[in-house]
Design a protein around this ligand. Structure first.
Ligand code: 3BY
Ligand code: FES
Ligand code: FE
Length: 411
């Protein structure tokens, strides 16, 4: 297991535009550093707000060593807490999702309000002060229907993303959405391999026959460098969508940690279905036409998303170990859309259920090859894998800055 100085050296020794080293994808010390330096410090996508549909809804997730519970309180506010009882530390909620007027610890029934206050603790002696034993809070924001949380004491700035995401997401109708289906899988691969795989479509033609019916794998069409720098197809799509009131042009932060852009689907396809037509009869939001394509929203380290005219799909990536990663996919539809009437689940979910499974196999085989002592990092294609290069550059820069040896204190 590498120590922090060795990890820093490993990052420094990497060859630009080449895949990362064996250790950066496999080593336990690197995994721990990824948690400490990235997952415990950055804003992470937790769930669409629609996954907490009513006051009293709760959901849980695990971020490295931290169990987390997210609630929607009686005031409608979404809040996140450490899912750890303030008595003797029991994990408070075990279920992945549910609804409850209070959070009752299963061990000795200490009872917390949905806003984290300890409301009741049986047979505690005089002098015990419940107000000192509220659940510990995490930072939590709802960006236009996408809930992000941050474990850091002082979270990174989020105002610019909040403003941009809310503007871009507004026409997608997330506030009027419900969860139609959610799928959680474990991929036996490092979380960075999961993100890298998502950041290119070099593999799409070979791996994704279903997705390729509607999603272009042509890097020349998909390339975007700024709000006015893209392929002719994409520029024309942005002009058409923006004239109809849909924010669409490629926008991102300076560090390229997040990005938003609306892309056309192939041949005016309406949705990610096998027949390219909408999967849901009741449309979401305020799309002025059926072929507005997909609004893509990425945020490192753990999410990519698609917002279409008839449904939305959110993706959450959480590392479990150096070589295991949990991927949760959630399909959102208009809250009044009725299953069996307005949509059928297989038709709605087929393409991405296939695609996720195909990506899982790719990632797992990638991890197996990298585990071999014979593995040697190879060059990324600058034509096809610019997105991957951009991600590993972000990762290495972030880690290098944070793991740099601190200058010795002056005497
Ligand atoms: O996760 C559970 O089982 C319970 C139900 C309500 C909240 N939680 C403590
Ligand atoms: Fe939660 Fe005792 S550990 S009530
Ligand atoms: Fe893929």
């Amino acid at each position: 297991m590498l120590n922090p100085a060795e990890i820093y050296a490993e990052l420094g020794a990497r060859r630009k535009d080449y895949a990362l080293s064996h250790a950066l994808y496999c080593d336990e010390g690197v995994y721990n550093a990824d948690l400490e330096q990235i997952f415990y410090r950055e804003w992470l996508f937790a769930a669409p707000a629609a996954a907490l549909p009513k006051n009293g809804s709760f959901m849980t997730l695990q971020i490295g060593a931290y169990p987390v519970v997210i609630t929607r309180g009686n005031d409608g506010m979404i809040r996140a807490f450490h899912n750890v009882c303030r008595h003797r530390g029991q994990r408070l909620c075990a279920k992945e999702t549910g609804s409850s007027p209070k959070l009752v610890c299963p061990y000795h029934q200490w009872t917390y309000d949905l806003d984290g206050k300890l409301q009741y603790a049986r047979d505690m002696q005089e002098g015990f002060d419940p107000s000192q034993h509220s659940l510990k809070k995490l930072h939590c924001v709802d960006l236009g229907g996408m809930v992000f949380i941050c474990l850091a004491q002082v979270p990174p700035p989020i105002a610019e993303l909040a403003k941009t995401a809310m503007t871009y997401l507004a026409p997608s109708g997330l506030k009027e959405a419900k969860v139609a289906f959610s799928s959680t899988i474990v991929e036996n691969g490092n979380w960075k391999l999961v993100i890298e795989n998502n950041r290119e479509c070099y593999h799409c033609g070979g791996a994704h026959p279903s997705l390729c019916r509607t999603f272009s794998d042509n890097p020349k069409i998909g390339a975007m460098n700024g709000p006015t720098e893209a392929s002719d197809e994409i520029l024309a799509h942005w002009t058409r969508c923006e004239a109809a009131g849909l924010p669409s042009r490629f926008t991102h932060d300076a560090a390229m940690q997040w990005r938003l852009a609306r892309v056309p689907l192939l041949n005016n396809a309406e949705s990610y279905t096998m027949d390219t037509k909408a999967a849901v009869a009741k449309r979401m939001g305020a799309m002025p036409f059926n072929d507005a394509g997909s609004l893509l929203f990425y945020h490192y380290p753990n999410t990519w998303n698609h917002f279409l005219g008839d449904h939305a799909i959110t993706f959450r990536v959480l590392p479990i170990s150096a070589t295991e990663t949990q991927v949760t996919t959630t399909w959102l539809v208009h809250k009044d859309a009725v299953e069996g009437v307005d949509y059928e689940l297989p038709r709605l979910t087929d393409v991405w259920m296939h695609t996720n499974d195909e990506d899982r196999q790719v990632v797992e085989e990638n991890q197996k090859g990298i585990l071999s002592p014979a593995y040697e990092p190879g060059p990324y294609s600058t034509i096809q894998e610019e997105g991957v290069i951009q991600f590993v550059d972000w990762y290495c820069k972030t880690m290098t800055e944070r793991m740099a040896p601190k200058p010795a204190m002056a005497a």
